[in-house]
Design a protein around this ligand. Structure first.
Ligand SMILES: *Cc1c(COP(=O)(O)O)cnc(C)c1O
Length: 418
C-alpha cells in the first residue's frame, strides 16, 4: 500500500481496467469529478456524430420515424432500467431532474391527499441537494403543505402518521453517504406515506433496486455517473401501481395518448410515457444512448456489483493513504468510513483552505471539486479511474499541503461554478 507498484499491480489484475478504453480521457489529467460531469464515452461521440450528420443533416424530418427519434425517451429509459432495478417500460428520459421532481412530487401529493386529506407534512433532509428543496417549497406553497427538514439521523423518527411524502436523495451529494432505500421505504409505507428517491448520485454509481425496495417514485440525472454529457436529460420512474393513478401536472402533447391526432382535449398516455411533456432533445438523448453502451459492456465483468466493489476499494485505499500521508495538515474525513455506507466519492474537509486546495490540485491536473461548507470532493468512477490515480492524487495532495502552494492568491479567487 505504500508504494506506487502496489497500485500498478492492482490495475494490472483489474478486469474493469479495459473499460477505460471506452472513454476519451484528456491528457495529463486525473479526473475525479465524474460525480458532477462524467467523461465522454467514445460511443457517445460516434452516436452524436451520426445523429447530426446522418439523421439530422441528411434525413431531416424522416428521422422521427426512420431513426425512431419519437421513441428515444422510452428506449433510453429502458437502457437505464437495469441500473436502477426498474422493469421494462417503467422509465422515461426527459427534462431535467428538477422538472421531473416537480412532476413526481405533485403526483405523490395528490395520492397522499386522496388517502389522508388532513396530512400536510413533507419531509426531506437538511443536507439534500438544494434544487430538491426548492421544488418542494414551490409545491408546498401551491398545496398548503409544510416542508420539514431533518438531519440524516432523524429521518426515521420523522416518519409518523402526519407524513404525506418523504423526499430523499439516496446518496448525499456532499458526503457520499448512502441511505438504506429498502428500510426507509418500508418504514414510510408502514405509515401509509409515499417515498420519492432522487438517484442523481446513485445511478451508475452503486447498485439500485427500486422494484425490490417497492419505491413509489424516482428521478435522477444522467450527466454524472451515466456520462450522458453536459445537461443531458434526466430520467423518471413511477411504480406501475401509481403511474396511471394521477395525471402529472405538465400535460404536454408528447405525453398525450395519441399526439398525432392533435385533439383539443388532453388525454394522458398510459404508463410512464405520460410523464413526457414536449419534444425530446434528440441530440442530447442520442449522446446519452451511446454513453449507456459501456454499462452493457460492463455486464460481462459483473455489472454494477463489480463497478461498486471497485469503487469501494478505490475509496478505501484513498482514505487510508490520505490519512497516512497527509495526517499533519488538518484534513477531516466527511464521508462514512464504512465502505458499505459510502458511494463512489470521498469528501474531506479543511478548516480554511478547501477551495484553494482543490484549485491547486486542478492546476496540477488532478480534477476534484469544492462544495460548501469547506468540502473537497473526490469522485472515483471505476469505469475510468485507476488504482494508480489514487496513489498519484494523494502524492499531489500531500505536496500541495506540505509546500502550502494552495496559499497562493491565484487559488483563492472564486469562479462562478465551483
Ligand atoms: C445533480 C443533482 C441534481 C441536478 O438537478 P438538475 O435539474 O439536473 O440541475 C438534482 N438533485 C440531486 C440530488 C443532484 O445531485
Amino acid at each position: 500500500m505504500t508504494n506506487r507498484a502496489f497500485y500498478e499491480n492492482l490495475d494490472a489484475i483489474d478486469p474493469l481496467n479495459s473499460l477505460r478504453n471506452e472513454f476519451y480521457l484528456p491528457p495529463d489529467t486525473i479526473y475525479l469529478d465524474g460525480n458532477s460531469l462524467g467523461v465522454m464515452p467514445l460511443a457517445a461521440h460516434i452516436r452524436i456524430k451520426n445523429a447530426v450528420l446522418q439523421e439530422w443533416a441528411d434525413d431531416l424530418i424522416a428521422s422521427w420515424n426512420k431513426a425512431d427519434w419519437i421513441n428515444l425517451p422510452m428506449r433510453v429509459g429502458n437502457k437505464i432500467a437495469p441500473l436502477i432495478g426498474a422493469g421494462q417500460d417503467e422509465t422515461v428520459v426527459c427534462d431535467s431532474t428538477s422538472v421531473n421532481l416537480y412532476k413526481v412530487l405533485y403526483s405523490a401529493i395528490q395520492i397522499a391527499r386522496k388517502r389522508h386529506p388532513k396530512r400536510r407534512k413533507i419531509v426531506s433532509e437538511k443536507t439534500n441537494f438544494p434544487t430538491d428543496l426548492y421544488i418542494a417549497q414551490s409545491l408546498c406553497a401551491q398545496f398548503d403543505m409544510t416542508l420539514e427538514l431533518v438531519e440524516s439521523e432523524a429521518i426515521e423518527s420523522a416518519i409518523d402518521d402526519e407524513l404525506a411524502v418523504l423526499l430523499l436523495t439516496h446518496v448525499n451529494y456532499r458526503s457520499g453517504a448512502i441511505h438504506d432505500m429498502a428500510q426507509i421505504t418500508s418504514l414510510a409505507q408502514a405509515r401509509d406515506a409515499l417515498v420519492i428517491w432522487d438517484l442523481c448520485h446513485s445511478a451508475g454509481s452503486i447498485p439500485v433496486d427500486l422494484t425490490a425496495a417497492q419505491a413509489d417514485f424516482a428521478v435522477g440525472c444522467t450527466y454524472k455517473f451515466l456520462n450522458g454529457g453536459p445537461g443531458s436529460p434526466a430520467f423518471v420512474w413511477v411504480h406501475p401501481h401509481h403511474v396511471d393513478a394521477i395525471t402529472q401536472p405538465l400535460t404536454g402533447w408528447m405525453g398525450h395518448a395519441t399526439p398525432f391526432t392533435f385533439d383539443t382535449q388532453y388525454q394522458p398516455a398510459t404508463g410512464i410515457r405520460s410523464y413526457l411533456g414536449g419534444t425530446p432533445p434528440v441530440l442530447a438523448l442520442s449522446a446519452l444512448d451511446g454513453s449507456l453502451e459501456v454499462f452493457q459492456k460492463a455486464e460481462s465483468f459483473g455489472g454494477m456489483q463489480a463497478i461498486y466493489k471497485k469503487a469501494q476499494t478505490l475509496t478505501s485505499l484513498f482514505i487510508q493513504l490520505a490519512e497516512k500521508e497527509c495526517a499533519d495538515y488538518g484534513l477531516t474525513l466527511v464521508s462514512p468510513r464504512d465502505p458499505e455506507r459510502r458511494a463512489s466519492q470521498v469528501s474531506l474537509s479543511h478548516p480554511e483552505g478547501a477551495y484553494a486546495i482543490i484549485q491547486a490540485l486542478i492546476a496540477r491536473g488532478v480534477v476534484g471539486d469544492y462544495r460548501e461548507p469547506g468540502i473537497l470532493r473526490f469522485g472515483f468512477t471505476p469505469l475510468y479511474v485507476r488504482y494508480i490515480d489514487v496513489w498519484d492524487t494523494v502524492m499531489h495532495l500531500k505536496s500541495v499541503l506540505q509546500d502550502q502552494t494552495w496559499r497562493s492568491d491565484a487559488f483563492s479567487a472564486r469562479r462562478t461554478v465551483t
